[in-house]
Structure formats: C-alpha cells, structure tokens
Design a protein. Structure first.
Ligand code: NAD
Length: 485
C-alpha cells in the first residue's frame, strides 16, 4: 500500500504538526490517501497572531518587492507543474490532463498576473487649482485576510485569492477545503523553498465549522474572502455582519444556457457538452439548465445526447477520459439523489446516471464515478431546475419566445452566469442585458480574462474578483487633500 501523506499546518513559516487528523480520500479509488490536520481555535489563533506580526513589514514593503516574491513562487510552481497536477487529480478526482492544462497553469497565472498588474493600480492623484489643493489617494492593505476556499478547483481558487491579497500588502491565514488540502500543503513547501517571509502566508487545515468558523469570526481578521456554497456563505455573512468585516462571497450557481434556433448548432453543442460536464460538472459556472427554442429542440436533444454518450468516464490518469470521479462519496450520493428527485418530479433520464462498473478497472471500482446525465421533461419549479446539483447533470427544456425565456432563465435564487446561443447579434445583446447574472457568454462558454470582473448576483454572491476588483477589495482607499498655496 502507498504511504499516506500526512499534512501539517503552515504557521509563521514553519510546518506545525497537528495531533488530531482527518482522513482524506482519493475519489477515484475510494481509499484514504492523506491525513489532514483537524485544526480548531488554537491553531487559528497561532496563525492569526503570526500574520499580525508579519503585517508591518509586508505591508510597508514596496509592491515591486512583493511582486518579486510572488514571481519566484510562480516560477517554482510552474517548474513542478506535473507533480502538482497529479496530486490535484488524486485529491480531487479530476483528470490529470485537466489539472495540467487548466488548474495549474491558472494557479501560476493567478500569482504572475497580480504581481504584474497591481503595482500599477494602487494610487491616483488630482489637482484642483481653483481651491489650491492637490488630492491624491492611496490604497492601503486591510490587515490579516481570512481566505476560505472550496474543493472543486483547489489550488486554482486558493491562488486567485492569495495573489491579490498578498500583492496588496495583506498577510494571510488561509483555510482550504478539508476535502482537498494536499496541493495547498505542497504550495507551502514552495513558500519555504523561496524563503517567503515567515508569517505572511499561514495555512491552517481543518473543517469548516471548527477551523473555518474560528478564522472568519476572529476579531483580528478584518477581511474574509469566501468561495463555496450559498448555505455556508449565508452563514458566514450572518456570523460576521456585527463585526463590519470586508466580505466577498463567491457562491453557487444554477446557470442557464439559452439556445435560439438560429445558432451554430455544432459549436453550441460542443461548448455545452464541456460546459455541463467538465470537472464532473463541479465548476460553479457549469450549465445545468438548457433552454432550447422549440423548433430546434428535437434536433438539439438528439445531437447533444449523442455527443454526451461518447464521453469517457474513468481513471483520472488515463489521458483519454473526459470525466474522472466526483469529489466524495456523500457528494456522489447527493448528486444521484437529484436524479431520483427528477424521476419523482416527472422527468425523463435520457442518458447517464450510473456507470457500468465493468468499464472501471479493479483499482477504481470503489471510486465515486457516474455518467454524464441529461434530464428532460421537468417543470421550471422542480428541484433539479431550481437547486444547485454541482455534478454531471443537466436539464434540457423547450421554450418559444425571447420574453418567455428571459423570465424563465431568471427564475432561480441564483445569478452567477449564463450563455446565449444565436447568430443574431442584436438578440444576443438584448438577452445579455436582461439576464440577472454576473457574467454572460454569447456563443461561447467560460473564456475568462482575469482582468474582467468575476462574481455573481442574488444567491450567487456579493463582490467581484479580477484585476481591479480584487485590488479594490483587498485594500482600503484613502483620500488625502493637501493645501498647496
Ligand atoms: P462549502 O460551502 O461546503 O465549503 C467551502 C469552504 O467553506 C470549505 O473550505 C469549508 O471547510 C468552509 N466552511 C464550511 N463551513 C464553514 C463555516 N461555518 N465557517 C467558515 N468556513 C466554513 O462548499 P464546497 O462544497 O467546498 O464547494 C462547492 C460550492 O462552492 C458550490 O456551491 C459551488 O458552486 C461553489 N463555488 C463557487 C464558486 C464561485 O466562484 N462562485 C467557485 C467554486 C465553487
């Protein structure tokens, strides 16, 4: 049997073992492969206090010097990209090729991009000759930032917070998901290897209600950036509201695709196949409601089902699989439950649901696999059309008119993103303006520019992340007005 990886917390630049440990499973085998600290208040207290001690030096350092540190980390991470991609796959369940081509390059970019851009964004100035004054603004870091991240894109989303938080001069205590802590731990070793200043980044592993809660409610943590489910986000908003913390919440989605009959069908189907099932459907931006104009509905469904049936599911290290394993057994059970709800609510399972166990190797037979699943025949108020499933399940329904589909697409408590498929540019823009979401893709899906604001409305989030938005969030702006005559 392979040796278990035992993770330590990373506090004040040192690996600190924790006596209490949690099991972390490899989703593709169903076996424990790592032990993760089960930290609580004491560990968070030590980490916050290390971050406070490191704050005066780090926050007063020039942005250029901070950038040099981040660039060193990015270079070393890039040089170990394959090792990180394999570990992310073993920890999370995604195919290695996906971690190699998406997660890890993006983690490197998250550090490099903010290192290059934030030094140019921080300060502005103006002169008012008639008043004889010179104004300028400075952006100051907020303090010790508490960063909470989920399991679906572990290092990708953690570095999307770390990059800007650090570049703006904050010190950090991060609590990655207890389900996927391994690459964050490996990242701490890189910080040690580049002599990153001690205490600037502290990583405390453990469960949400203990370690996470202690971090977000800590009185010396004035800023919390959270990515995760709407239920947890709501709880954090309630718990932190009396403390007036700066809060960013990136939460769940129930994203619609609206397919008009004049679209480029082949390109639309290829994108929606990826958009519904990539990363086992566990991307907050995945499409889970597909509205198809009635005249195209039958043809769309037939072709969409055909390409979906061809998707290979299996061992994540097999380069030819499209989908690996779902992240955990309880999550697989939850997703399968939604398929049962769909049947109870009158839906038809057109393809998918389970995986024929004989296509899995002996090694993977206890892994958390399921086939990409397409459901039809559901009403808009059914559970699968309203609640976030966060798995490889998408619902396809017909619509008739533009006005009707706008109302129906907006009819959920979420508002993260949507996509619109049509060759009519005017229609695409009308739809984009009327959909109540943070991002609309027209004739494409998840082409991301890190400069562009990212986030949701309604139950999908508060705040935006991206070059300027992250810089604004991780700083406080101060105006200084000086009389010059
Ligand atoms: P989750 O809410 O269960 O957990 C997210 C993180 O919060 C974990 O680190 C967890 O330990 C921590 N946590 C849990 N309870 C806490 C508490 N009381 N106090 C502080 N921290 C606590 O979410 P998940 O299952 O890990 O992730 C999946 C969810 O994340 C989905 O809803 C998905 O849509 C969402 N997500 C959103 C985005 C986005 O950008 N909008 C991106 C990725 C994932």
């Amino acid at each position: 049997m392979d040796e278990l990886m035992v993770l330590d917390n990373f506090i004040a630049g040192t690996m600190v073992p924790c006596k209490r440990l949690l099991d972390s499973y490899n989703p593709s085998t169903g076996k424990v492969w790592a032990k993760v600290p089960d930290s609580g208040k004491l560990e968070i207290e030590a980490a916050v206090s290390a971050a406070k001690r490191a704050y005066p030096n780090w926050s007063s350092m020039s942005a250029q010097r901070r950038a040099n540190y981040l660039l060193k980390v990015a270079d070393l991470l890039e040089s170990r990209l394959e090792e990180f991609a394999v570990a992310e796959s073993q920890d999370q369940g995604k195919p290695v090729w996906l971690a190699r081509t998406m997660d890890m390059p993006r983690a490197v970019l998250n550090l490099r991009h903010f290192a290059h851009t934030i030094p140019h964004q921080l300060n502005t100035s103006s002169v008012q000759p008639e008043a004889g004054v010179f104004n300028y603004t400075i952006r100051e870091p907020v303090g010790v930032a508490g960063l909470i991240s989920p399991w679906n894109l572990p290092l990708y989303l953690l570095t999307f917070k770390l990059g800007p938080a650090l570049m703006c001069g904050n010190t950090v205590v991060a609590k990655p998901s207890e389900m996927t802590s391994v690459t964050a731990y490996m990242f701490c070793k890189i910080l040690q290897d580049v002599d990153f200043p001690a205490g600037v980044v502290n990583m405390v592993f453990g469960l949400g209600p203990s370690a996470g809660e202690a971090l977000v409610t800590h009185p010396d943590v004035p800023l919390v950036s959270f990515t995760g489910s709407t239920v947890t986000g709501r709880h954090i908003a309630q718990a932190t509201a009396p403390m007036f913390k700066k809060l960013s919440l990136e939460m769940g989605g129930k994203n619609a695709a609206v397919v008009f009959s004049d679209c480029d069908l082949e390109s639309c189907i290829n994108s929606l196949k990826r958009g519904s099932f990539i990363n086992q459907g566990q991307v907050c931006l995945c499409t889970s409601r597909i509205f198809v104009q009635r005249s195209l509905y039958e043809e769309f469904l037939e072709k969409f089902v055909a390409v979906t049936k061809e998707l290979r599911v299996g061992n994540p290290s097999d380069e030819s699989v499209f989908m690996g394993a779902l992240n955990s057994k309880p999550h697989l059970e939850k997703v399968r439950c939604y398929v049962k709800y769909a049947i109870e609510d009158g839906g038809t399972i057109v393809c998918g649901e389970t995986i024929d166990s004989c296509v899995l190797s002996e090694e993977n037979k206890n892994g958390y696999f399921m086939r990409p699943t397409i459901i039809t025949g559901l009403s808009d108020d059914s559970r699968c059309m309203q609640e976030e499933i966060f798995g490889p399940v998408t619902c396809v329904v017909p619509f008739d008119t533009e006005e009707e589909v706008i109302t129906r697409a907006n009819n959920t408590s979420f508002g993260l993103c949507a996509s619109v498929w049509t060759s009519n540019l005017g229609l695409a823009h009308r739809m984009a303006h009327k959909l109540k979401v943070g991002t609309v893709w027209t004739n494409c899906w998840v082409i991301r520019d890190i400069d562009m604001p990212f986030g949701g409305v309604k139950g999908s989030g508060i705040g935006r992340e991206g070059t300027v938005d992250s810089m604004e969030f991780y700083t406080e702006v101060k105006t200084i007005c000086t009389k010059i005559s």
